[in-house]
Structures are given as structure tokens and as C-alpha cells.
Design a protein around this ligand. Structure first.
Ligand code: AN7
Length: 365
């Protein structure tokens, strides 16, 4: 029998990255050097056990943006911010970060041949994110202060020196990030009823809303979702309406007390008829474990805030609604938190003995 193996000499259709895919909606020209790691095109995954907890024929999906090249949604913003920085002749970028922005900034800047400087709160960045920033080749400055203080410093540096700021106060960041809303509509055929999203510096909720509005204007969707934002209870300035001086949460990615895009987040919530809600660390971690053990989806704690949130206010979900929860980052970013979750299923120091192993497996006679 002769097997015909596929050859790859012909052009294979592949995903060219966000900017190439959504070019008409983005501020790029022929003069823009496109810096891409082929980010985007992340899966929208049904999560039936979570939907079953809500009931009433509600459909729930997660937008698993942890599958981007550096493991978080920040790649969407960074492909555009770094492309525009390079276009403008910039030689270096800087950001403050709870971790994911620093990883993405470092990767895209180095790919573009630019220097990357990142300022992080010392001791409050998950191990995977720090490892990434260092290995990508960023200069990492860990300050004795929180994210809000780091952001203040990088704003000052970028005003005083020729270094491009790539936090979400850079307008290109949100332009790139809005493409996640496009992808959701392209997959579902319309916008969902609810878009549930973790909120830290509030850039992403602002970007998603812009994406849905733009697609709606261009008649790519019939409706726009209600924007449901979720903050960690110990870092919930938008819920309380007050700056939090000393934010604290296990979800270090959203350990932010004075969000830079506060106004954008409020506008998204008000214009969409949405809501902001705080979720406790216990609720976040319960959703985090549930996503992994019941759905096979490993996200980082901050991301699980979107699922913790929809479960917390499940009575408010309209019957037969379509709900999308954004999972902003990959679980591998923060292995320490994963290992701290006491599961009863870890048997250490076991002798290499058949009977003993079978007994632990519950198979002994
Ligand atoms: C996994 O990396 O702010 O509300 O410096 O990493 O747009 O800030 C990260 C934020 C949610 C919140 N989920 O998004 C940073 C940083 C994850 C995150 C957020 C972040 P925004």
C-alpha cells in the first residue's frame, strides 16, 4: 500500500497575527514595521460544569488568552505598542508591571531590537513572569513599593528621557487589546450577553468595550454585551469608588489600588448597563481550582476572578444568556499558588511497591 503523505510545499493557511488580521481596524500604515509573535486567535472554550452551576440554560465560554505567545492578553497590546514605538524611531521601552506586562514588553521589544526596562513591585511578581522578563533580556528593576508607585516612576522616566512608555496609558495598547472582542464576535457570530472580566489597571475592560462598539458600528454584531468587571476584594478601588493605598490579594496580577484607566472602565460599565463587583481571594481560588479540576483549564488566579465573579452573581444572569469569561493569563505563570492549593491527591515519599501503590489507588483486595 502506498501512503500519500502531505507535503508542505504549498502555501499553508496560518494565522498571521493580530495586526495583519484586523488591519483595517488598527492605526497602522505601510510605514509601520509589524512586530509580531503571531499573537491572538485564542480559543473560546465552553465550560459546561460552570454553566451547570448557574443553570437556566445559560451558556458559558472562557476566552483563554493565556494561550498567547507570552502567556497573557498583554501580547495583543504589545504587538501594536512596540510596532508603533519602532516606527517612531524609539530605541527603548519601559513599563511598570505586576508581571504580565513586563513579560510581553520584554519579548516584543527584544524581537524588535529595542531595549526593555521594567519596574516591578519587589516580591509581588509571580515566578513565571519574572523568569520570562529576565530571560527575554529586559533590565528588571524591582522597587520597594507597589504597582501604583512603579507606574508613577515610569511615567516620570518616559517624560524625562527618550524611552517609550508601554503601559496601557499608551493608546496603542488598548487598540491592540480590543481585537479580543473582535475574535469573540467572529467565533460566536454575535456579541455575548455578558462579558465577564478581571479588572486591575482597567485597560482591558476599556479595550474590550471599544472593540465591541467598533464592531457594532461596522455591523459585524447585532448587539453589545453588558460589561461585568470583577476586582479582588483587597484591591477594589472601582467597586468602592476610592483609591486603595495598600492593595492586597493573592491575585498579584490585579494588586492595583489606583487604576490608570479608571474612567474608561466606568464608561464601559455605564454605557453597557454592566456592573462592578468585588470577589474575595477565597472565591477567586475556588474558581481557579474548579477551572483546572473540572474543566481542564489552568489559568492564573487573577484570571479566575472572572469566573468567581459570574458564580457570585449567578442569580443576575439572564435565562439562556451567553456569557464569556475572559481568562487573561496562563496558570503556568504562577506555579507557587497552584502548589499551595492543598489537594488530597498528592502522595509523597511512596515506596516503589506494587501493593502499596495499588492500595493508594484504591485497587487493593
Ligand atoms: C492576568 O502586567 O497590570 O485591568 O502590569 O496580568 O487591563 O490591568 C496586569 C494585569 C488581569 C488586569 N489579568 O488587566 C501588569 C498588569 C491578568 C493580568 C489583569 C492583569 P487590566
Amino acid at each position: 500500500m502506498i501512503l500519500t503523505l502531505p507535503t508542505f510545499q504549498n502555501k499553508v493557511d496560518y494565522w498571521p497575527g493580530l495586526i495583519a488580521t484586523y488591519r483595517p481596524y488598527l492605526p497602522v500604515t505601510d510605514a509601520t514595521p509589524i512586530v509580531t509573535l503571531h499573537e491572538g486567535n485564542t480559543p473560546l472554550i465552553p465550560v459546561p460544569t460552570i454553566a451547570a452551576q448557574i443553570g437556566r440554560q445559560v451558556e458559558v465560554f472562557v476566552k483563554y488568552d493565556g494561550l498567547n505567545p507570552t502567556g497573557s492578553f498583554k501580547d495583543r497590546g504589545m504587538t501594536l505598542a512596540v510596532s508603533k514605538a519602532k516606527e517612531s524611531g524609539s530605541k527603548a521601552v519601559i513599563c511598570a508591571s505586576t508581571g504580565n506586562t513586563s513579560a510581553a514588553a520584554a519579548a516584543y521589544a527584544r524581537r524588535a531590537g529595542l531595549h526593555a526596562f521594567v519596574i516591578i513591585p519587589d516580591g509581588y511578581v509571580a515566578m513565571g513572569k519574572l523568569a520570562q522578563a529576565l530571560l527575554y533580556g529586559a533590565e528588571v528593576i524591582a522597587i520597594q513599593g507597589n504597582f501604583d508607585e512603579a507606574l508613577e516612576i515610569v511615567r516620570q522616566v518616559s517624560e524625562a528621557y527618550p524611552v517609550t512608555l508601554v503601559n496601557s496609558v499608551n493608546p496603542y495598547r488598548l487598540e491592540g487589546q480590543k481585537t479580543a472582542a473582535f475574535e469573540i464576535v467572529d467565533t460566536l457570530g454575535d456579541a455575548p450577553d455578558w462579558l465577564c472580566i478581571p479588572v486591575g489597571n482597567a485597560g482591558n475592560i476599556t479595550a474590550y468595550w471599544r472593540g465591541f462598539c467598533q464592531y457594532h458600528q461596522h455591523k459585524r454584531c447585532q448587539r453589545r454585551p453588558q460589561m461585568m468587571g470583577f476586582q479582588a476584594a483587597g484591591a477594589s478601588p472601582i467597586v468602592s469608588g476610592q483609591i486603595v493605598e495598600c492593595p492586597e490579594t493573592v491575585a498579584t496580577a490585579i494588586r492595583i489600588g489606583n487604576p490608570a484607566n479608571w474612567e474608561g472602565a466606568i464608561a464601559a460599565q455605564q454605557d453597557s448597563g454592566g456592573k462592578f463587583t468585588a470577589v474575595t481571594d477565597a472565591e477567586i481560588l475556588a474558581a481557579y481550582r474548579m477551572l483546572a479540576a473540572d474543566e481542564g483549564i489552568f489559568c492564573e488566579p487573577a484570571s479566575a476572578a472572572s469566573v468567581a465573579g459570574v458564580l457570585k452573581i449567578k442569580e443576575d444572569v439572564p435565562t439562556q444568556a451567553t456569557v464569556v469569561c475572559v481568562l487573561t493569563g496562563n496558570g503556568l505563570k504562577d506555579p507557587e499558588i497552584a502548589l499551595q492549593q492543598k489537594t488530597k491527591r498528592f502522595y509523597q515519599g511512596v515506596a516503589p511497591d506494587l501493593d502499596l501503590v495499588a492500595q493508594i489507588m484504591g485497587l487493593s483486595h
